[in-house]
Design a binder for this molecule. Structure first.
Ligand SMILES: Cc1ncc(COP(=O)(O)O)c(C=O)c1O
Length: 397
């Protein structure tokens, strides 16, 4: 049934996607082009989360003592399959930030060690590493990636050129926040491992937006949020640790690990019970995956990428600017990232919201202003056209 529907949907025709758009409850009147920052969940996901919250609130003993552990395992198995690894290599975390904090707090450093981050990295993640560096008398070195992205080798070489015999770990985004780029993690991980350096990936934009096969990617650690492109409930994410690195990882909050009388035996079991908490968001992750599977994962990516390409085309036409990397060469997926003409655009994001009800980030990066458009199933060409016509009205008079 879903396969037939998948074949019938034309990625360029908004009407073919209306039934799916209707499953997301965006506040009427809002044009939401920022799924990349905070993603909405469809009805089915919200309903399953409510179900688990009710189970928890109406009979807590039954939920915590008899249901939670096995339900979490089932949910984790489904997620692990979706992201291409074994469930033993994954733990649920509230978000990518928590996962990165777990890694930064768990790894042992010697004074003088270096931690490599990039100027395209997420600010909060880079701050996490700075705290680790201060506590361990190590330094954080921030690599500036080339202004124009030309090839995978160019990026790998640029990063490797900044390493030395004190470099212990590279922290890098899979899809960058300020610039919307898909970075070549597999090649980067391969090169860094040849130098004996750990690779820690911050990947909240990746699940659903691009294909993720953690076993094949070859990084040591991968932190992600499921509440972005996968459209799972807020407060759901995961941390992956490769089998040979799991011994070094501990939860931020030490507790029983498993519910008594069980004793945790693996790193992942240490994360099952970290104190009493609401796990309903984690338990709704399988429903988010099922929703995507019903749409068709490939169809989802084709449609949202087509919309992002459309947005890029229209914004480039308006502003006569060129993105810092080429979509045709695979540097972007479901987000468009277009430079604004030179000038001060610091009020634009606020004005778009207050005067046009359009939610879209306007980002200052490396001394220039950019607009980043996220495209999900509920977005249409009409949303993009409205953004462009509004910008045109404001910039040409
Ligand atoms: C690249 C990147 N890393 C980390 C984060 C933080 O994600 P979360 O708040 O879900 O932990 C974001 C949020 O937008 C991001 O874009």
């Amino acid at each position: 049934m879903s396969t037939v529907r998948e074949i019938q949907r034309d990625i360029t025709n908004d009407e073919h996607w209306q039934d799916l758009a209707a499953k997301f409850r965006i506040r009427p009147g809002t044009i939401y082009l920022n799924h990349g920052s905070f993603g909405l969940a469809p009805d089915s996901v919200r309903a399953v989360r409510r179900h688990w919250m009710q189970e928890l609130e109406e009979q807590p003993m039954d939920f915590f003592v008899r249901q939670q552990e096995s339900q979490l395992l089932t949910a984790k198995q489904k997620l692990a399959k979706f992201v291409g690894t074994d469930n033993q290599n994954l733990v649920f975390t509230e978000n990518s930030t928590t996962g990165m904090n777990v890694i930064a707090s768990s790894l042992a450093f010697a004074p003088g060690d270096e931690i490599l981050v990039t100027d395209h990295g997420y600010g909060a993640v880079n701050r996490t590493w700075l705290r680790t560096a201060r506590r361990n008398q190590t330094t954080v070195k921030c690599v500036s990636l080339p202004w124009q992205f030309e090839s995978v080798d160019q990026i790998v070489d640029c990063l490797i050129a900044e390493t030395n015999d004190r470099t212990r770990v590279l922290s890098i985004s899979h899809i960058t926040s300020a610039t919307g780029l898909v970075l070549p993690i597999k090649q980067i991980a391969g090169a860094f491992h040849r130098h004996g350096i750990l690779v820690c990936v911050d990947g909240p934009h990746a699940p659903a937006q691009i294909e993720l096969n953690l076993d094949d990617l070859g990084c040591d650690f991968y932190a992600a949020s499921c509440h972005k492109w996968l459209s799972a409930p807020f407060g759901s994410g995961f941390l992956y640790a490769s089998p040979c690195q799991q011994h070094s990882i501990q939860p931020l909050v030490k507790s029983w690990g498993r519910l008594l009388p069980e004793i945790p035996e693996t790193w992942s079991e240490e994360f099952t019970w970290t104190g009493t908490r609401d796990s309903s968001a984690y338990l709704a992750v399988p429903t988010a995956i099922e929703f995507l599977e019903t749409v068709g994962v490939d169809a989802f990516r084709e449609r949202t990428r087509w919309l992002a390409a459309y947005a890029e085309h229209r914004l480039r036409e308006l502003f006569q600017t060129t993105p810092i990397a080429s979509r045709e060469d695979g540097w972007y997926a479901s987000m468009a990232h277009v430079p604004l003409p030179s000038g001060d655009w610091s009020n634009l994001q606020r004005r778009l919201w207050e005067e046009a009800s359009i939610e879209v980030p306007v980002i200052h990066f490396a001394g220039r202003w950019f607009i980043r458009v996220s495209c999900h199933l509920y977005n249409t060409t009409a949303h993009i056209d409205l953004l462009v016509s509004t910008l045109k009205r404001w910039t040409t008079c």
